[in-house]
Design a protein. Sequence first.
Length: 453
Amino acid sequence: MTGGGDAHGGSRGSNARPSVDVLSLMPILRTLRRAGLVGALLVSALPAVAIAQSDRDPRLRVFLDCQFGGCDRNFFINELPFALWTQDRLDGDVHLLITRLGTASGGGAYTLTFLGQRRFAGRVDTLTTQLPPNTTEDVRRRELARIMKLGLVPYLTRLPGQERFSVAYAVPKDAPAAPDLSTVQDPWNLWVYRLRANGGGSAESRASNYELTSNVSASRVTEAWKVTFWGGQEYRFNRFKLSDSTERRFILRNADAGARIVRSLSDHWSVAGRANAGFTEFRNQDLYGSLEAAAEYNLFPWQEATSRQLLGILSIGGRYFDYREETIYGQRTEFRPVARAILAGESRQTWGTIDAALRYTKYLHDARTYSLGFNGRTNIRLTRGLSIELRGEAAKVNDQLFLARGSASDDEVLTRQRALATAYRLNGGVGISFTFGSIYNSLVNPRLEELGN
């Protein structure tokens, strides 16, 4: 048999071997094809399974859509036992969309939008609440749960079991039924001040590092004006012990202070002035300063900022630099006029979230000196249980006026002690999530969670 095989091999050359490989792969290909058919049947059957499950329970089905990360789903499940919390928005009677914007005081303004679906299609209710800065997680989740209960009442009263509900009102002691906020005397005249300091580090036998940061700010925000002052500094230290017992120490410092004044002209137009100054060792700058004027137009009224924004910004000004070392352009100090243009948009809808911005910066003294960058993030629900997340950043860089003359040492490159020449920057990621099975498993069982999955 071996000799016959050799004889045939001599007449066919190397053509016989691929045919054997293909035949050996046939069982695998058949298995993959069957698995694909099973997967397709499973996905196509999910809507029917979901409908069958949803018809068994008469309770209100709610889909929670909270993108900012401050929602405690398990807490809501326990606090609102009259609701079934679905895994996919298509299975809910109500799509509950929660968005957040920061307030001038450092707190949060929360908007809860109740979007009717299925039997409640076409009904939309919106409630808002505000929480002060430094609010604990427990206070925040209890306030959100309270607003959820209020918003779901109109839907619950149209379902069986409404006799189990009642309305309670806690009358405040020694307070008017409707206080007039215009008479409130604010000793701070709407100014808010923040002081913050952070420190941290780690240590091992042959390496240690620590970082110290501090920030201070003062702001006053009204419907017509927004005034902000800020300052901050950062100190980083790294130590390494090499194989020959020598030590290397690296220190990096920077600081910045500035002010911004914004004037609201209408529901769409705003203008601003901005100034800042500081130093940064990473960018070879012993001192820098900038001054610019800007105008902004938002296609949508600012009252809709929690759900959608599409804005354009144009600014023009100048920047001054005093360098630690002579730059690759032979400069020790320089002042350059600069212009910027920004096109940015954000949308939070029932199908997902999109957030993107296009930025263009141009030094006016040289047509070749500019940067153009784009960054974006989106999370889209494609179909029942299936969602995709995309994030990315790309920039064309041709405005590194601060680069020091001479090449960076290996130590500076490895420890990121100074900025390096580059023509571009890229960053990105993709994620996909597919959930199927029970459409509203709302049981809470936190036992042995600390062991991990």
